[in-house]
Design a protein around this ligand. Structure first.
Ligand code: DQQ
Length: 437
């Protein structure tokens, strides 16, 4: 039976479970390895699935890349990590279970992988940190390799990003923390760390409840944050980046489901790869997020509206219908309490998912967004059945999941809360499905 909630232009494996993406770019191809349970649509039995794309739009699922080795240090799971290339060999670093030990596998083609005979390559965590010790991220710096492992300080004080160094990618020496977090800012542990340069600064990503970003300065193996915020709400998780041929830093996250275990079991699939988000360092030092232009290839039939006025409440867009759409709305600047869209709503505007910006609290959903008084809200929304991904002014994102039971939840309404709002323009495109319905 077809599932009306399964997305049509987002990647999900053919069946069963996915979580954490592990992005890697090589030779014109975007690779996404991902946490995959090939036997059930629920978390557990972690393997590395693999999908590739040449255009960031069409994804092909390849054979499973990494499987737990019976009797090996990853016998209970091949958890998240990262991939690098050196001298025509690819190195996949990951956390093996049980015990959260760090392991290595190598490959000449990114398809066939061999586990390192000396696994685990890091068997013990440094003293003084808590249970979390996982998700190794590796990069090259001048004459050495560096790895950061996600960990936690004792007593839930905050995350710890533990820095290792290696000359040969096999033997690693612990250095010191790259960064110690504060539970009040970035939660109690750093899952899925990712660390990279961007626009003259450095960026550190970590996950716990949300994915968090921190921009700041890096010097002698230590990162000093200057700006910190959540990257999105709690439906966008374990997000990590790749650096592609065009010099872009692209962020991919796992879009969590909002269904029960039973519903996922019945559906036979769970977990979605987010659309890529192109990261930029903004003039004020914060992080910017934009959908890459390749996504425009999905655009089909177009509708355009201009100069609309929305009195306090909802204004359903006439003649717009669908659950596989892209919507771009340009609002005039306003002080009204809430402006935005209700998507996948019923013909009368009820039961939709509201994507609201509040100019008084300067928040877009969960995420801070300080718009200048002269700037109107520019809201860019991708609707793909149960998946809603939105970008506000290229600076804040909000991913949501929705599983409407009413078949007529196919409409879009402009929203104004506590006042009248003027809308410069609305563009709506039907998106071409990539997957069979
Ligand atoms: N998921 C992985 C862990 C990681 C967590 C296991 C984040 O390695 O910390 O599937 O979702």
């Amino acid at each position: 039976m077809t599932d009306p909630h399964r997305p049509l232009y987002h990647f999900t494996p053919a069946k069963n479970w996915m979580n954490d993406p592990i992005p890697f770019f090589w030779d014109g191809v975007h690779h996404i390895f991902f946490q995959h349970n090939p036997e059930a649509p629920g978390w557990g039995n972690m393997h590395w699935g693999h999908a590739v794309s040449r255009d960031l739009v069409h994804w092909e699922e390849l054979p499973i890349a990494l499987v737990p080795t019976p009797g090996g240090p990853d016998r209970e799971g091949v958890w998240t990590g990262s991939v690098v290339e050196h001298d025509k060999t690819f190195y996949a670093f990951y956390t093996g279970q049980p015990g959260q030990v760090q392991c290595l596998a190598t490959s000449r083609d990114l398809i066939h992988w061999e586990k390192h005979p000396g696994n685990p390559i890091i068997a013990r965590r440094p003293d003084g940190y808590g249970d979390c010790f996982r998700d190794p991220q590796v990069w090259r710096e001048q004459d050495a390799w560096f790895m950061v492992i996600g960990s936690e300080q004792p007593d839930h004080k905050g995350g710890a990003a533990l820095l290792y160094r290696s000359e040969n990618l096999n033997e690693w020496q612990y250095q010191h923390p790259l960064l110690l977090g504060d539970v009040r800012q970035t939660d109690f542990e750093f899952e899925c760390p990712d660390f990279f340069p961007l626009g003259g600064k450095s960026v550190f990503l970590s996950s716990q409840n949300n994915t968090w970003w921190q921009t700041g300065t890096y010097d002698s193996g230590r990162f000093t944050p200057e700006h910190i915020a959540p990257a999105d709400g709690d439906k966008f998780y374990a997000a990590k980046t790749l650096h592609d041929r065009r010099g872009r830093r692209l962020l991919f996250g796992w879009l969590r489901e909002g269904r029960s275990d039973d519903e996922m079991r019945t559906a036979g699939w769970a977990g979605v790869l987010s659309l890529p988000r192109q990261l930029t360092l903004q003039r004020d030092g914060t992080l910017g997020f934009a959908p890459p232009s390749e996504l425009n290839a999905l655009r089909g039939r177009h509708q355009h509206f201009e100069a609309l006025t929305v009195a306090d409440g909802l204004h359903v867009l006439d003649g717009v219908q669908g659950d596989v759409l892209e919507v771009l709305v340009q609002f005039e600047p306003t002080d009204t309490a809430g402006i935005g869209l209700s998507v996948r709503c019923a013909p009368d505007g009820a039961d939709g998912v509201e994507l609201l910006y509040d100019p008084r609290t300067q928040r877009f959903g969960n995420v801070p967004l300080a718009l200048d008084r002269r700037d109107g809200l520019a809201l860019h929304v991708y609707i793909d059945r149960s998946v809603i991904e939105s970008f506000a002014n290229g600076r804040a994102c909000q991913a949501r999941r929705t599983y409407p039971t009413r078949p007529d939840c196919l409409h879009i309404a402009l929203c104004a809360r506590g006042g009248t709002v003027r809308v410069k323009s609305v563009d709506v495109w039907e998106m071409k499905p990539l997957c069979p319905a």
